[in-house]
Design a protein around this ligand. Structure first.
Ligand code: AMP
Ligand code: ZN
Length: 475
């Protein structure tokens, strides 16, 4: 089955054709480890997790590389504020990041290279750019990439280079499109950097942010690889600059498919550290939400649409996920003889799900396949077993659970081990249910309905089963 992605490079949905038959190399811009990641950041990592799982679902072997930016303007600035060495400072946030990935059940990437372990590779790459005439050392001793030497500059972010000023330089890591300029590959040491410095052919200093990703992706994935991802804010200047550096140095295409996720927003604004409108994952966990619930919220909106974060969405996630675990509890009770037409439903929903996630990660369509199975099972059990899962054949129930587990290879939010809550029900409630059952057997529908309503008022729903009744407490 073909897989399609919306490629930012061409602004088109394209059929995905990896370089190697069955293997995909992909690079993900990872966290800058100067603080706890917020859930906006995790929206990006969940999107990338969905991407790797969707590729695996379609039978591809995946090699994902996610860098850790442990040296840049922000890490240096904040480590100095708390008077810690850069290494000790970033180590605590690396550790926290990996813990958070586990909480959200984000699958581990194959490689997590840290920038500070790859300074030599970065210097080597800058040397190539110097030799080939794409880079120059300015009077401030920093080394810059000359965008005038790379006529394709701007092809990812679609910048019209006609009227750009030539020779303007910028040495901050992040800047806006209207500051298009030669950007720093190597930043000459300044006192503000404290003891953070490395030797290089151009004197003491440190790498720029963009060269990190070019050097590390090339080392682990080769000069050309399949997919590069990040949030939309990474597109410019970061990814544009990565393309310029890598393609100039290597003389070949850097990346075939660029995928960018839209932002997570709060009240119409991007969730970000600088705006202060952020929640860390840890804060949400402290409020009582689970990793699965937050994962469900972050996963549920298509990655190219903005996701508006609300607590109502987290509450709804809890209700939805409980619906599934309730069904799994019931399916585990199956021990009867009723054989239902389950195979067609399973194969149709499987096909639907696979097609949907392969269609540019169309998660809403994929979830409609999951709900299709859920509703289909309910209907079959109602029609064939009078709503009583115990009378379903065990073999059929197992097939259904296996299919939900298959969906969960991608979703990883469903819980198959939830135990049924045993609630003590008072005798008078039991007696009302019994009276209702008798009224129903006597075809006294009015009395049966009255008793149902009374039970409801007292907080219980009564359900009929093959040989009696079940009571459920209303949440
Ligand atoms: P940073 O640590 O700032 O380099 O960001 C790490 C990743 O999170 C990048 O891919 C960003 O594009 C992404 N990101 C940051 N803020 C948000 C947000 N509000 N919504 C989605 N992705 C974000
Ligand atoms: Zn990057």
């Amino acid at each position: 089955m073909a897989v399609y992605f919306f490629n930012t490079l061409n602004r088109k949905k394209e059929e995905f054709k990896p370089l190697k038959d069955n293997e995909v190399g992909f690079y993900t811009c990872g966290p800058t480890v100067y603080n706890f990641a917020h859930i906006g950041n995790f929206r990006a990592y969940i999107f990338e997790d969905l991407l790797r799982r969707a590729l695996k679902y379609h039978g591809y072997k995946v090699k994902q590389v996610m860098n850790l930016t442990d040296v840049d303007d922000k890490t240096i600035r904040d480590s100095q504020k708390v008077k810690m060495s850069l290494n000790d400072f970033t180590a605590q946030y690396k550790k926290a990041f990996f813990e958070d990935l586990k909480t959200l059940k984000i699958e581990a990437a194959e490689v997590y290279p840290a920038a500070t372990d790859h300074i030599a590779e970065m210097i080597e790459l800058i040397e190539v750019l110097m030799e080939k005439g794409y880079a120059y050392q300015a009077s401030d001793k920093s080394v810059y990439f000359s965008i005038a030497k790379f006529p394709e500059y701007g092809k990812l972010a679609k910048i019209d280079m006609e009227n750009q000023r030539a020779g303007v330089r910028i040495d901050t890591d992040e800047y806006e499109k209207d500051s298009v300029a030669d950007f720093a590959l190597w930043k000459a040491y300044s006192e503000a950097d404290g003891d953070v410095m490395w030797d290089s052919p151009w004197g003491k200093g440190r790498p720029g942010w963009h060269i990190e990703c070019s050097a590390m992706s090339m080392k682990y994935l080769g000069k050309t690889f399949d997919i590069h991802t990040g949030g939309v804010d990474n597109m410019f200047p970061h990814h544009e600059d990565e393309i310029a550096q890598s393609e100039s140095a290597n003389g070949c295409t850097y990346v075939n498919y660029w995928l960018h996720c839209a932002h997570l927003i709060v009240n119409g604004e991007k969730m970000s550290k600088s705006l202060g409108n952020f929640f860390t994952l840890r804060e949400l966990i402290e409020k009582g939400y689970t990793g699965s619930e937050i994962r469900w919220v972050l996963l549920g909106t298509h990655y190219r649409k903005k996701l508006n974060f609300t607590f109502e969405a987290c509450d709804q996630a809890r209700t939805q996920l409980k619906k599934f675990s309730d069904m799994f509890i019931q399916l585990n009770k199956a021990q009867g003889g009723a054989v239902v037409e389950i195979d067609v439903l399973i194969s149709e929903t499987e096909e639907h799900f696979k097609r949907a996630i392969g269609d540019d990660l169309n998660i809403s369509d994929a979830l409609s396949a999951v709900y299709g199975l859920y509703n289909g099972v309910k209907k079959l059990v109602n029609d064939n077993c009078a709503g009583d899962y115990a009378s379903l054949a065990k073999n059929d129930a197992e097939k259904i659970i296996i299919q939900f587990k298959r969906f969960n290879e991608v979703l990883d939010c469903l819980d198959f081990d939830v135990q049924e809550e045993i609630v003590e029900i008072d005798d008078d409630i039991q007696s009302l249910a019994e009276q209702r059952f008798q009224a129903r057997n006597n075809r006294d529908w009015a009395e049966a309905d009255r008793l149902r309503d009374e039970l409801k008022e007292r907080g219980y729903v009564v359900e009929d089963s093959k040989d009696g009744w079940n009571l459920k407490k209303i949440d």
